[in-house]
Design a protein around this ligand. Structure first.
Ligand SMILES: *Cc1c(COP(=O)(O)O)cnc(C)c1O
Length: 400
């Protein structure tokens, strides 16, 4: 890894890892199925544009986002030649913006088709709600009517049919995933009998890894392309490589005598004299306050417990009673990533917080610069447009 010098809370993103994760996912696809890389929420915190470019280099054919501004961001960065699916709910103004950017929208009613026409027309994917209970229609008959209506409307292009799974990541789901899959399979089969080329898609990362029958013509993978495990397990077991390393450094080391405390609310009181390291990262960076007395940080290749309250701008770690702790001043501190043989994953942190890995990387705030590299080689992220290239070390473009 190129050393740019120490920085406070920084996310280093290995674009080669994203590329390899996509290659790995593509190698599991049934023949004819394509990978759509989901880069919503700023690429799950990794940076939407660099993540999209890396995913495409790794074999993804499509991109997906959740909202209109995300379409605009990709297009403005020069990603103009790829189809972009917009999966989320859109207001009228957002619908017009998404369509202007060539985004492909999700519809499930005749009214929805009219809204698309009113906003300028474009490509649509008809969504059957096979059990998620959010967007889409639960009525197969209605979904089929919308498909037929879309075919007949000037200004509308029927681009695909889709559904979304509620429990793909829960292996003990009482057969719910299988039931959703059966419902969609049946519907897609009927429609494909009329139009064999119709694009059907259903799977997220968990579904595609769980059951190849869910892949249809395209899979929409987010979490796995970033090297996180959709089942919350060790990503390495599925050949996925975490792309994001979160680091900071030990800014200060000082002795905390027995009985003395550290941080707001005195949530850590030393039983024995010990050295405390102060690391500049906090909940203002997305390192959540619930990690108070409940996380490890790697310094010098070893785990050290986070002790005391997570503050907005800093945390404190217990470096132990040995005088050698004083040597840690100025050392890199890893919050997510590898050091020596030790490793901290988003899955571990999520488990401690009783949440999912997605929320860990999505929760990193704009204050954390995203620095891009390829297996340690500094990289220029954007090839276009001229003048907008990000040098390694510069923060990712962020949207408000
Ligand atoms: C976010 C999202 C995905 C990607 O899900 P992962 O679990 O991150 O792979 C796929 N489809 C839809 C509709 C989504 O909203």
């Amino acid at each position: 890894m190129t050393e740019e010098g120490l920085r406070r809370a920084t996310a280093r993103v290995n674009l080669s890892a994203i590329e390899r994760n996509c290659g790995r996912l593509c190698s599991e696809l049934r023949s004819g199925a394509e990978l759509c890389a989901v880069v919503k929420a700023d690429g799950y915190g990794h940076g939407a544009v660099p993540a999209a470019r890396a995913a495409l280099a790794g074999g993804a054919r499509w991109l997906a986002v959740a909202d209109a501004a995300e379409v605009t961001e990709l297009r403005a960065a020069g990603l103009t030649d790829r189809r972009v699916l917009v999966t989320g709910a859109l207001s009228d103004a957002e619908r017009a913006e998404a369509l202007a950017g060539g985004g492909e929208l999700v519809v499930w009613s005749e009214d929805g088709l009219r809204d698309v026409l009113a906003a300028g027309g474009g490509r649509v994917h008809v969504k059957l709600d096979s059990g998620m209970g959010r967007l889409g229609t639960r009525e197969v008959g209605q979904a089929t009517r919308v498909v037929r209506a879309a075919r007949g409307l000037e200004g509308i292009e029927l681009a695909g049919v889709m559904t979304h799974f509620a429990t793909a990541d829960e292996l003990e789901d009482g057969g719910f995933f299988a039931a959703q899959l059966a419902t969609f399979t049946q519907w897609a089969r009927e429609l494909k009998a009329e139009e064999p080329a119709l694009l059907a898609h259903a799977a997220n990362s968990a579904a595609m890894l769980r059951d190849a029958a869910s892949q249809f013509d395209m899979v929409r993978c987010g979490v796995a392309i970033y090297g996180m495990d959709p089942f919350g397990q060790d990503p390495g077991e599925r050949g996925l490589e975490p792309a994001l390393e979160l680091s900071s450094y030990v800014a200060e080391v000082k002795l905390c005598a027995a009985g003395e405390s550290v941080g707001y609310g005195r949530r850590f009181v030393a039983e024995h004299a010990t050295f405390i390291g102060v690391v500049p990262i906090g909940y203002g960076d997305g390192w959540r306050r619930q990690l108070t007395n409940n996380a490890d940080v790697l310094v010098g290749g070893r785990r050290h417990p986070l002790v005391g309250t997570v503050s907005m701008d800093s945390i404190t770690i217990d470096l132990g009673p040995g005088e050698d702790a004083l040597m840690a001043r100025g050392e890199r501190a890893i919050l997510l990533g590898f050091q020596g043989s030790e490793r901290l994953t988003a899955e571990e942190v999520a488990h401690r917080l009783d949440t999912i890995n997605y929320e860990i990387t999505c929760g990193l705030t704009p204050r954390v610069p995203r620095v891009y590299h390829r297996d340690g080689e500094a990289t220029t992220v954007a090839s276009a447009p001229a003048g907008a290239a990000d040098g390694a070390g510069s923060p990712a473009p962020t949207r408000g």
